[in-house]
Ligand binder design. Structure first.
Ligand SMILES: [Mg+2]
Length: 118
C-alpha cells in the first residue's frame, strides 16, 4: 500500500482515479491545481504523484519541476491527453517517471503505480 497524491483540476477524474487506487488499498490525497500539489507534496510526502498537465494556477509541468527541486527522488507520473507529446517529453526530461494517456484505464494506472512502489 502506498500514499498517492492525485492532481487534476477535473474533480470527476480525481474521483475516478482515486477509486481505482483505493480499491487496491492505496491511501489517496487529492489536489486540484499545481500550487496545491506542491504544498500538499511538502506536507504529506506521498510515495507517488499522479499529475495532470493542464490546470489553472500552476500547470503540471511547473509543479513537477517544483516538486523535483524540493525532493529529487519524487516519483511523478504525468496524466496526459493525446496531442501533449511535446509536454510529455519535457516532463520526462524534468524527471517524470512515466505517463498515462486519457482515458485512464484502471490496469494502466495501477501498473504505473506498481512499478514505482513495488
Ligand atoms: Mg486538466
Amino acid at each position: 500500500m502506498a500514499k498517492i497524491l492525485v492532481v487534476d483540476d477535473a474533480e470527476f477524474l480525481r474521483v475516478r482515479i482515486s477509486k481505482m487506487l483505493s480499491s487496491e488499498g492505496h491511501e489517496i490525497i487529492e489536489a486540484e491545481n499545481g500550487v496545491k500539489a506542491v504544498e500538499t507534496y511538502k506536507q504529506a510526502r506521498p510515495d507517488v504523484v499522479l499529475m495532470d498537465i493542464t490546470m489553472p494556477e500552476m500547470d503540471g509541468l511547473t509543479a513537477l519541476r517544483e516538486i523535483r527541486s524540493y525532493d529529487s527522488s519524487a516519483k511523478v507520473v504525468m496524466l496526459t491527453a493525446l496531442g501533449q507529446e511535446s509536454v510529455v517529453l519535457e516532463a520526462i526530461k524534468a524527471g517524470a517517471r512515466d505517463f498515462v494517456v486519457k482515458p485512464f484505464e484502471k490496469e494502466r494506472v495501477l501498473s504505473a503505480v506498481a512499478k514505482l512502489v513495488g
